[in-house]
Design a binder for this molecule. Structure first.
Ligand SMILES: O=C[C@H](O)[C@@H](O)CC(=O)C(=O)O
Ligand SMILES: [Zn+2]
Length: 276
């Protein structure tokens, strides 16, 4: 498991491009027959990619967690962005097609991932956070997710935010997760942007075609920085940071959020005039 430390905004101001990428960008999430996990000390969120091709893959705790098994004191959300696949949770099978998600609560011991077709492997994107209580496991189809329309054509930011792990859909200890789909020809997300110092967020960008990139905007509203993000890469967004992206083409992203509350609308909106 890769470890990322927390960061002070005063320090982050002085980061070079290389250092920015080392601390905040998560690359290579989907490796053949591997489980890749990145542990951030910001709210102890784990971000991962799981791509079973020729075999089943079992989620292990690892020394970094120091628990008997991965979900001993954690909960997780998974959204499949690849071909059809299956997650077995203590023997119970959940089939996940592309864009299906699942919540798996604390206390589930054996988690095994597999693909239906090795030529079209599943790609399971994972977020996990510390938990204190067991809530029921639940599969979430995009139709079960709570949709919220946002943006407008004239601002190139028309999109739908699908809330998968959200109090209106199911109970979790702290983890919120969802997927935002931009309408064709629209390339901006969350502009005007916001912060929420009481929650941190991880953004995972995908469906970025060919040579296109997304410029992910980060930093304090008056000290913005950017990361050039390519397909299937994630960004760790510290609590102090804005989180916004603009693509050279269309893209989709999954956001995962943890912290003090689960109030999605609890945001500190940044006035356009205050951005620097
Ligand atoms: O606090 C909320 C998060 O930043 C995201 O949910 C925003 C988002 O998906 C969007 O605007 O499209
Ligand atoms: Zn946010």
């Amino acid at each position: 498991m890769e470890i990322r430390n927390g960061v002070h905004p005063e320090d982050a101001k002085h980061y070079t491009t290389e250092k920015m990428r080392k601390e905040f960008l998560v690359q290579g999430l989907f490796q053949k027959d591997e489980i890749k996990l990145v542990y951030s000390h910001i709210d102890r969120i784990i971000t991962g990619g799981i791509k079973p091709v020729s075999k089943k893959l079992k989620l292990e705790a690892g020394k970094e967690i120091g628990a008997e098994y991965f979900l001993a004191r954690r909960e997780m959300g998974v959204i499949n962005i690849g071909g059809a696949g299956t997650i077995e949770v203590d023997g119970e099978k959940y089939d996940l097609n592309s864009r299906d998600g699942i919540y798996v609560g604390m206390g589930n011991k054996e988690i095994v991932f597999s693909s239906a077709d090795s030529k079209k492997p599943a790609k399971f994107y994972l977020n996990s956070a510390p938990a204190h209580k067991k809530y029921p496991n639940k599969k979430i189809n995009i139709k079960d997710a709570k949709p919220q329309e946002a943006g407008a054509e004239e601002n190139s930011n028309k999109r739908t935010i699908y809330k998968y792990l959200h109090p209106d859909v199911l109970d979790t200890c702290q983890l919120l997760m969802g997927m935002t789909l931009l309408e064709p020809q629209n390339v901006w997300n969350t502009m005007p942007c916001h912060t929420h110092d009481r929650r941190m967020e991880v953004y995972f960008y995908f469906d970025i075609e060919d040579d296109n990139v997304v410029w992910h905007l980060t930093g304090e509203p008056d000290e913005t920085r950017h990361l050039v993000v390519r397909n299937e890469e994630a960004v760790i967004s510290p609590s102090y940071s804005i989180h916004s992206g603009v693509g050279t083409g269309n893209y989709t992203f999954i956001w995962g959020m943890v912290g003090e509350n689960q109030t999605f609308s609890d945001m500190d909106h940044v006035a356009m005039a205050d951005l620097k």
